[in-house]
Design a protein around this ligand. Structure first.
Ligand code: NDP
Ligand code: GDR
Length: 373
């Protein structure tokens, strides 16, 4: 019997890799995409199947996590064996500006899906994966963080995801649903959204190397993250739904690096020699760093990586480091792609794009190089 999966957030980074992974496993994959005024399916266009074809393996449905009746209708039509709830307003900094929306989608959106499954009497058939996050640990209470480490969320995003975490646990305990949380640490790829720090760095440095941009503005260079590759992490999302019993797992690499180190690795990959100036700005603390001016700039050759206070967050998560022992011991999962290989792949991808833009520009075409945000 062909298994059916429903993915919310299929147009996002993880959704696109997960869709590829499940299609390769022979699944019929259904995804929810949002209506938008411009196309938003770039990441899955290579998987697209003409709606006029018979026996399609990938089917997209219009929908939104804010819309209960829409979600209930889709789940009723699809009757999925597995639901992967990856849809979210996933940007931590943006959640401070759109706190209520983030709560609606990230917290209540999860409840709406769980309720739809229960209301339709599918709670014993449909397995549920919740995209939880290392942001739950926020102000860390233990190093490294594992499944039993207490949570201390530090943003409207993390607080919304805390609700989603516990409501998934609650539906597992209250209704015997197979619902589980993957507590995923940061994971990146060439498909990463352009305003997350890693992609912002690889994209801007690639543009700088081609003379398309001259300055990369960043916030807290000393933030420490445990960065893995999205491809490795979606494999684990699937594995978590194939077990006898639902359980929550930390997914991480167990290695930590700072934003500054990420910049250095990407710059090395591009053959740019970094000259640091004004080191220590972030170490002196956010308040003092708010006075940052050009003297705190870090020069990359003749170009500049400049600390811009606008990218500091009202409350920051300074350090995250995961302990994925449970995933390794119980599910045999280990990350396969190193941070260096991941950065190499991201840089190569962005360099190719930057070169294309440069050639167009040199030949008189009007090209817009979106300044890194
Ligand atoms: P992305 O931001 O790349 O993708 C988010 C997806 O959610 C997109 O498909 C987006 O649609 C969709 N979405 C946003 N709002 C709604 C809505 N109102 N209704 C329906 N869908 C919506 O995130 P990632 O792929 O990186 O992450 C996937 C999930 O994992 C998210 O829940 C994220 O919070 C979580 N997570 C991510 C980590 C990471 O490091 N990447 C780590 C831990 C957790 P559209 O394309 O139209 O914007
Ligand atoms: P994060 O990812 O907040 O960890 O959330 P992001 O890449 O946005 O930030 C990582 C760290 O880098 C610092 N930083 C900057 N961040 C951005 N975006 N832009 C900058 O210019 C910049 N300069 C420094 C940040 O302050 C932060 O400390 C991601 C998302 O995918 C979430 O959905 C997910 O839950 C978590 O990872 C785990």
């Amino acid at each position: 019997m062909t298994k059916r999966a429903l993915i919310t957030g299929i147009t996002g980074q993880d959704g696109s890799y997960l869709a590829e992974f499940l299609l390769e496993k022979g699944y019929e994959v259904h995804g929810i995409k949002r209506r938008s005024s411009s196309l938003n399916t770039d990441r899955i266009d290579h998987l697209y199947q003409d709606p006029h074809e018979d026996n399609r393996k990938l089917v997209l449905h219009y929908g939104d996590l804010a819309d209960s009746s829409n979600l209930t209708r889709i789940i009723n039509d699809v009757k999925p064996d597995e639901v992967y709830n990856l849809g979210a307003q996933s940007h931590v900094a943006v959640s401070f500006e759109a706190a209520e929306y983030t709560a609606d989608i990230d917290a209540l959106g999860t409840l709406r899906l769980l309720e739809a499954i229960r209301f339709l009497g599918l709670e014993k058939k449909t397995r549920f994966y919740q995209a939880s996050t290392s942001e739950l640990y926020g102000l860390v209470q233990e190093v490294p963080q594992k499944e039993t480490t207490p949570f201390y969320p530090r943003s409207p995003y993390a607080v919304a995801k805390l609700y989603a975490y516990w409501i998934s646990v609650n539906y597992r305990e209250a209704y015997g649903m197979y619902a589980c949380n993957g507590i995923l640490f940061n994971h990146e790829s060439p498909r990463r959204g352009e305003t997350f720090v890693t992609r912002k760095i690889t994209r801007a440095l690639a543009n700088i190397s081609q003379g398309l941009e001259s300055c990369l503005y960043l916030g807290n260079l000393d933030a420490l993250r445990d960065w893995g590759h999205a491809k490795d992490y979606v494999r684990m999302q699937w594995l978590m739904l194939q077990q006898e019993e639902a359980r929550d797992y930390v997914i991480a690499t167990g290695r930590q690096a700072s934003v500054r180190e990420f910049v250095n690795i990407a710059a090395k990959e591009l053959g740019i020699t970094l000259r640091f100036e004004g080191e220590g700005v972030a170490e002196r603390g956010i308040v003092e760093a708010l006075d940052t001016n050009i003297s705190s700039a870090i020069k990359v050759g003749d170009e500049i990586v400049r600390v811009d206070p606008r990218y500091f967050r009202p409350a920051e998560v300074e350090t995250l480091l995961g302990d994925p022992s449970r995933a390794k011991n119980e599910l045999g999962w280990e990350p396969e792609i190193s941070m260096e290989d991941m950065v190499r792949e991201m840089v190569a991808h962005d360099l190719k794009k930057a070169r294309q833009l440069r050639v167009l520009k040199e030949n008189g075409f009007d090209v817009a190089v979106n300044a890194s945000q």
